[in-house]
Structure formats: C-alpha cells, structure tokens
Design a protein around this ligand. Structure first.
Ligand code: FPP
Length: 243
C-alpha cells in the first residue's frame, strides 16, 4: 500500500501532546482525567507508529516549564508516569520497543528516575521503534547543558561545528525529527527540540491530544508526503547529519 511505503514516511516523528486539560474540562472532569486519557493515547499512538514503521517517536510529556503547575497536578502526572513506565515494560519487550528519555531528568523525583532508568536499561537492546519521552525537557536548557558539556570536554573552537555540537545534545546520534505534530490548535514550538527542528516539517491540528487517533496520524503523514523538503537548497539534497 503506497500510504505505508517507508520511503515516504517520516522516520522521526515528534509530538507536542497538548489539550489534555481542555479535553477533561469539556466533560466537567478534573484535569488529571485528561492526562490519564492522554497517557492511554500514548499507548495507542506508539502502536500506530510502530505498525507504520516509524523509527523514532519523541513525545513531549513534561516540559521544563511544567514545573510551575500546581503541585497536585505535578505529583499526579508523576504518578501516571511511574505507572506507565512500569506497566509498559511487557509491551516494550514483546514489541521490541526501545524506551528512552531526554531532558533534565535529575529534576524528577528519585523514585521516578529509578523506574525510568530500569525501563531504559531493560529495553536497551530492543531493535524496534525508539520511544523517547521528553521529561523535564526544555530546548534552551538542553542547549545550555550541551554548551557546558562541550566546555568541560575542552573542545577547540575549530571543533565547534554543528555536527560536533549535536553530539552533546540529549538526542546525540539520532536522526532529527522529520515531522513535528502539535495538537489542540496552538501554533507554537514551546521550547521543544529547538535545535533539532531546524529542517522539520510541522503539522498542527485543532484535535485535543486524547482524541488524536490513527486517522489523524495518517492525515499528518499524508500531509508530510506532499511536502518538498529542500533543506535550504534548490533541489532536494541529502544532508548527511540529518540522515
Ligand atoms: C498538555 O496538556 C499535556 C501535558 C502537559 C502533559 C502530557 C502528558 C500526558 C500525555 C500524560 C502522561 C504521559 C505519559 C507518557 C504517562 P495540557 O494540560 O497543557 O492541556 P490544556 O492546554 O488543555 O490545559
């Protein structure tokens, strides 16, 4: 089927999962029920991406700015995360999913860090989809951490190239996102993968994250297929560090 041809699919898909709170509010429910449904949709969309042959799925699950939310909402999100990272282990192993995390995880509660670390280690040799959660993640913070690491590594100024710099980012060694999706009608990047998105295609939809489904995912991929990616050149060229 043409629509499932790996040739035309994004390899790395990144999603800003927005609108959980509004989804719950529309039902007169507390916000956490929106996050719970959002977490369920993480499962559905992971399977959908895996079925479609996507290589990396990066999900913005908790931003550096989300620490300013009410303490109760933060602690409930952390609980959801913990339950998720433990419960999904069986599925990750069965489906060969490799679980990874980007962001300043040192800011997460230690019990969450432990659970994440165990899941990361358990799935480290899996060869299928890489499922990457951005947690306590901010693009500017990631860039500053990379700059500090580069200084610590005492790199000569001539060695400060785009290619070398990207090796100090949390996404070191990964293909950059081909497609970034944001749900819920907001038209912003909100500090998500700001270095890595230099040549990404964007897809915005009004659909709230808990309602974002396979049909919408396919619509985003179909839209992506219709784009001409030139990476700043006249003709489509391959950029080695983007491949
Ligand atoms: C945005 O909705 C979403 C978040 C801040 C967090 C995303 C979290 C999940 C999808 C659930 C937990 C994830 C895992 C992997 C267990 P919002 O609260 O900003 O919605 P609003 O803009 O409508 O208020």
């Amino acid at each position: 089927m043409e629509s499932n041809s790996p040739k035309n699919l994004p390899r790395h898909v990144a999603i800003i999962m927005d609108g959980n709170g509004r989804w719950a509010a529309a039902r007169g429910w507390p916000r956490i029920l929106g996050h719970r449904e959002g977490a369920r949709n993480v499962r559905r969309m992971t399977t959908a991406c895996q079925d479609r042959g996507i290589k990396i799925l990066t999900l913005y699950a908790f931003s550096a700015e989300n620490w300013t939310r009410p303490t109760r909402e933060i602690s409930m999100l952390m609980q959801l995360l913990k339950i998720y990272a433990v419960r999904e282990r069986t599925t990750f192993m069965k489906n060969q999913i490799r679980f990874q995390v980007i962001g300043d995880t040192s800011k997460l509660p230690s019990e969450i860090q432990k659970v994440l670390k165990d899941t990361i280690e358990m799935t480290a040799s899996n060869k299928g989809l890489i499922l990457q959660l951005a947690l306590s993640y901010g693009g500017r913070d990631e860039i500053l951490r990379a700059v500090k690491a580069m200084i610590d590594a005492k790199l000569e100024s001539e060695a400060v190239t785009e290619e070398n710099f990207s090796k100090f980012l949390d996404t070191s060694g990964q293909i950059e996102p081909d497609l970034i999706i944001r749900t819920s009608g907001e038209l912003r990047l909100s500090n998500f993968l700001i270095w890595q998105s230099a040549y990404s295609e964007f897809y915005f939809t009004d659909t709230l994250w808990p309602d974002f489904n396979e049909a919408e995912l396919d619509a985003a991929f179909a839209d992506f297929r219709g784009r001409q990616r030139r990476f700043g050149a006249v003709d489509l060229i391959a950029k080695p560090h983007l491949n």
